[in-house]
Design a binder for this molecule. Structure first.
Ligand SMILES: [Zn+2]
Length: 405
């Protein structure tokens, strides 16, 4: 029995992925004997409908001075965050002569730079110091700390209330969600909005994209659970917007209760979620069966190719790939190496299964028969870049099902 982080009800896991390492814990080969693992189990609270990790490693193990994820490396994400900033500005900030924007987990400043460039008052909160430094170099005001109620109160004292609090792919990382939401409630101005987006539970269930589940992601949000959570803090979900990022995300707009009339989209999405069964335990039993089938199909295919003497490499050493490799027990016997463009990962080995990570050039020079696409959420972008794949060289994906293409 575990206790729900949102409503304190007891709940049980519906799936156990076994021992998992830190998803972004790429390590030098010589240090690979001394690795941290935790039992990764996920449960659904039947009272508030929050889907969550049972246990999560200490945050210092995950977000530290060598965190290897820089959002701005992706052009696609640069455009996404520019649009995010513009949407919020147009909709909520234009009437305000001197708005204040806060971002929780600003990474390398990919979103806040759009406000900094317009001289809009802003503050980025980013605990990973190496990443925060990159944001500072772009002229963004950053505090290198974890966001919580105390930081929110300090920020309000120092800079005044926030008209917009933004966050992308961060809120789902934070287990002490009460302190986040009470902090937001403390910091928001009367008509202020809290806008955040995260991978969407509905997409994960529909696409069996279980690789969204890894140490950093403690919550898998839906409109149903976010409504519950907002109400607990006298806030209200006022709009939702589906996003294509990370293989299917949802953007949630939250304000003080009664500050805005909620858009029709909210009720519509909740109805859709109930049809999909995101409030029913059977749905997660079915999800588990689909995940098990996905593992069987993928391992079966890789073993078959190996027996045929084919070479398979991985494309994109994503955090997501850690769950797949460790849950399916895929090691360098089945995948020679994984190519990745992030210098911090290159020359190291993958967490848990210790598959070598090589630069992108290795992929071109040492071309495989099959490339397993771990960055499946960027499939369109990657296909445009790698358009010259010949007929006898193929891709493998596992979302929404295991498939050669
Ligand atoms: Zn609950």
């Amino acid at each position: 029995m575990s206790q729900c982080r949102v409503c304190n009800s007891n709940y049980e896991p519906f799936i156990n992925f076994g021992p998992q390492p830190i998803a972004n814990g790429f390590i030098p080969e010589e240090k690979s004997n001394d690795e941290y693992f935790f039992e990764m189990k996920v449960g659904h609270c039947e009272n508030c409908n929050m889907v969550q990790l049972i246990d999560q490693p200490d945050r210092e193990k995950m977000f530290h001075g060598e965190y290897p994820f820089f959002s701005s490396l992706s052009k696609h994400m640069q455009v996404h965050f520019k649009n995010f900033a513009e949407t919020v500005t147009t909709r909520f900030l234009t009437q305000n002569p001197n708005p204040f924007v806060v971002e929780i987990g600003c990474n390398d400043g990919i979103m806040l730079k759009n406000f900094a460039e317009k001289n809009i008052k802003h503050l980025g909160v980013e605990p990973s110091e190496n990443v925060a430094k990159v944001a500072e170099e772009k002229g963004i005001r950053v505090t290198s700390r974890f966001f919580d109620y105390d930081l929110a109160a300090e920020t309000r004292d120092k800079f005044g209330p926030a008209d917009a609090i933004l966050s992308a792919n961060v809120i789902c990382h934070i287990p002490y969600i009460d302190s986040i939401f009470s902090g937001v409630e403390k910091l928001l101005s009367e008509k202020g909005v809290f806008v955040y987006e995260d991978p969407y539970l509905g997409d994960i269930v529909e696409k069996t994209s279980y690789d969204q589940i890894y140490d950093e992601h403690v919550f898998f949000f839906s409109a149903i659970s976010v409504s519950y959570l907002s109400e607990k803090f006298n806030l209200e979900l006022i709009d939702v917007e589906a996003q294509p990022t990370h293989g299917g995300s949802m953007r949630y707009y939250i304000a003080r209760k009664g500050a805005y009339q909620p858009a029709e989209n909210v009720a519509k999405l909740i109805t859709k979620e109930k049809e999909l069964g995101l409030d029913k335990p059977e749905t997660f039993e079915r999800f588990r069966a689909n995940v098990e089938k996905s593992r069987e199909d993928l391992v079966g295919l890789l073993k078959k190719l190996k027996n045929e003497g084919k070479r398979v490499v991985g494309y994109g050493a994503t955090s997501k790939s850690t769950t797949v490799l460790n849950y399916c027990n895929i090691d360098r016997e089945l995948i020679e190496f994984i190519s990745d463009t992030t210098p911090l990962k290159q020359g190291k080995v993958s967490p848990g299964k210790h598959i070598p990570i090589k630069p992108y050039e290795s992929f071109k020079e040492d071309f495989p028969d099959y490339a397993l696409l771990f960055a499946w959420n960027h499939r369109k972008e990657i296909m445009e870049k790698e358009g010259d794949f010949s007929a006898n060289r193929k891709w493998i994906t596992y979302v929404p099902e295991v498939q050669i293409f």
